[in-house]
Ligand binder design. Sequence first.
Ligand SMILES: Cc1ncc(COP(=O)(O)O)c(C=O)c1O
Length: 284
Amino acid sequence: MARIAYVNGRYLPLTDATVNIEDRGYQFGDGIYEVFYAYRGRLMDETLHFARLERSRGEIGLASPMGAAALRVVIHELMRRNRVETGLVYLQLTRGVAKRDHVFPGPVPRPALTITVRPKPEPPEALDGWSAGAITLADERWGRCDIKSINLLPNVLAREAAKQAVALEAILFDKAGMVTEGASSSVWIVGADNVLRTRGLDQHVLPGCTRAAVLEDVATEGLDFREEAFSLEALRQAREVFITSATSFVKPITALDGVPVGNGAPGLIANRLYARYLARLKEG
Ligand SMILES: Cc1ncc(COP(=O)(O)O)c(C=O)c1O
């Protein structure tokens, strides 16, 4: 079956789904995006993702193409047309088409909204086989990583460097040697003190929706937790490292720069939080 995309009000076969060469997303990366995981027809952490979309939109002064309710209808219609119940929904919103000039165009063009969906398998029941390796890399991104901007070249280069090293993710650190986040994930560690840590939110990290949801699970589990920055050194010494995102769920990192993390197997805390994640997924 041909894949169908949503492009500015129309449902089109992917081969016909094109955007204008003067779209500011293409010219300047002047846009934002969201990625949802759909599970059996439901969007996981939907409220969090729509809230972040609104926030990103506001931060770059982008007009709204439609309300959240209408957007939900479009997403579900696109899933239906593609016969995808479990998969990824990618939504991109740009400032639209205008004569190339850096400043915001006036009159304000219609923002360009495109959405694609593709199937993704359900998460495995157990963490075995779901873990991955990561590399560490200097964070060379811009100063507003809290905006889910489509300017992803540094993230692309970081993930490619990970792939070249036969790893999945690149864990980034700033000039002070403190871990920021993964190239496309939030990063968590469990130290020798058994305390679970993830960095607090600031403009250097994306407020992960999965991170926000997992934080509630952390409280439910009664885990010893601190929301604070940790160093590259602490990452290397950690008993457990795991990442979270809409696409990786809760994913243990069992090797860092080729060196095993802890005993090289998914840890206890990651297992507990993964079980919680699966439970939330299934409960809806
Ligand atoms: C840089 C970055 N940090 C964190 C995340 C995790 O965000 P979420 O849990 O909302 O998928 C992502 C997801 O793509 C990301 O790109």
